[in-house]
Design a protein around this ligand. Structure first.
Ligand SMILES: [Zn+2]
Length: 75
């Protein structure tokens, strides 16, 4: 599920939300001040763990990449 960054217009805090097709983006609130005045930042969806995995290095077909290619799926 992609993660999108929203910037709060009230305090400038960046908040990350997992947005699915069913998510109601109108209910998103700033994680710092609770404001609903958020504007979406255009960015490439990133992997939530923060660990970057080079694309293509998968051992099980995981589209996001495997954390430990060759061993993460029990192969
Ligand atoms: Zn805020």
């Amino acid at each position: 599920m992609p993660i999108y960054e929203y910037k709060c217009r009230e305090c400038g805090e960046l908040s990350e939300f997992r947005i699915s097709a069913q998510s109601d983006t109108k209910k998103l609130t700033c994680q710092k001040c609770g404001s609903q005045k958020l504007e979406r930042k255009i960015s490439v969806p990133s992997i939530s763990s923060g660990r970057s995995v080079p694309s293509g290095q998968t051992c099980c077909g995981n589209p996001g990449g495997c954390s430990e290619p060759g061993s993460c799926c029990g192969h």
